[in-house]
Design a binder for this molecule. Structure first.
Ligand SMILES: Cc1cc2nc3c(=O)[nH]c(=O)nc-3n(C[C@H](O)[C@H](O)[C@H](O)COP(=O)(O)OP(=O)(O)OC[C@H]3O[C@@H](n4cnc5c(N)ncnc54)[C@H](O)[C@@H]3O)c2cc1C
Ligand code: FES
Length: 267
């Protein structure tokens, strides 16, 4: 495996940026940044705690950017670290988005909440008139990377936003992300990428299929608890798939038979 490192290497926190309440983007020094493909993840190690898988949201010279929500032990410990301190990193791991297939095609991104992190690299590379982002979050303050939208739109990408609950700053649509989908929009695209909470992915993939996109033209990224991240421990298995090596990106027709996924349960 190219760039395979099974032991965490020390990585300095170069920058940490508040994205939203309890969500930060960490810029972490990483020599092999150029080996990361869109959709892959890193194992992030916090000393005294354990390792967690985190998608790579973006890369820049000498660094990876990881957008992380504080939800529990390891992420809580990470949030107590300051710029200049070190964590551990190993990776990149996992099957990426099918970039060769996406290039030059009309791609619809249907994304909920933190799901924008694993597709951000796709957008940074492909943003243009062929790409449409349909993105929803629970509230306006939880819409990630708002500072990037002007550039993406300038490059011709359509950005359609919705929130579940408006506040006084919000002028746009209110409702779950699938309310922005319609057959005309869906059929104007050849491929769709879906990322977000399992329940959102369940309804989004169903809507895409009903509106005319067959499952072999829809890709999803799945999450599950992981340990090794490299196909050895079986911890991440859902049905006959290991999320860490068979995924996290799957074509919908490869995973729609899986019970947990089909039920849309939180894994
Ligand atoms: C391939 C992959 C990519 C991921 N990318 C990101 C990312 O870009 N940003 C990000 O913030 N998180 C991401 N996650 C989820 C992240 O790994 C978990 O939030 C993290 O492991 C929680 O660790 P913790 O010790 O802080 O929480 P814990 O104390 O372990 O758990 C806190 C709560 O979160 C739940 N939880 C823990 N892990 C997961 C999981 N994998 N899926 C669903 N619920 C979980 C637990 O059941 C518990 O309710 C990704 C997971 C995978 C598998
Ligand atoms: S996390 Fe060990 S096999 Fe996937």
């Amino acid at each position: 495996m190219k760039g395979f490192v099974n032991v965490p290497r020390a990585s300095r926190i170069l920058k940490n940026r508040d994205e939203a309440p309890d969500i930060k983007t960490y810029t972490l020094a990483f020599e092999a940044w150029h080996e990361v493909q869109p959709g892959q993840f890193m194992e992030l190690f916090v000393e005294g705690f354990w390792e967690i898988p985190i998608s790579v949201a973006a890369v820049e010279e000498g660094a990876v950017l990881l957008t992380i929500a504080r939800v529990g032990k390891v992420t809580g410990a990470l949030f107590r670290h300051r710029e200049g301190e070190c964590v551990g990193l190993r990776g990149p791991y996992g099957r990426p988005w099918p970039m060769e297939e996406l290039r030059g095609r009309r791609v619809l991104l249907v994304i909920g909440g933190l799901g924008l992190a694993p597709v951000r690299m796709v957008i940074e590379r492909l943003a243009g008139p062929e790409i449409t982002l349909v993105y929803g979050a629970r509230s306006p303050e939880l819409l990630l990377y708002r500072y990037r939208y002007p550039e993406w739109q300038q490059r011709g990408m359509q950005v359609l936003l919705t929130v579940d609950r408006a506040d006084e700053t919000w002028q746009g649509p209110v409702g779950v992300v699938t309310t922005l989908l319609n057959p005309e929009l869906v059929q104007a695209h050849e491929v769709a990428l879906v990322a977000g909470p399992p329940i959102m992915m369940k309804f989004a993939t169903k809507a895409l299929e009903e509106m005319g996109l067959p499952p072999d033209r829809v890709y999803v990224t799945l999450e599950n608890h992981m340990k090794c991240g490299v196909g050895l421990c079986g911890h991440c298995r859902i049905g006959d798939k290991y999320v860490c090596v068979d995924g996290p990106v799957f074509r919908l027709d490869e995973v729609r038979h899986l019970e947990t996924w089909a039920a849309g349960e939180v894994l």
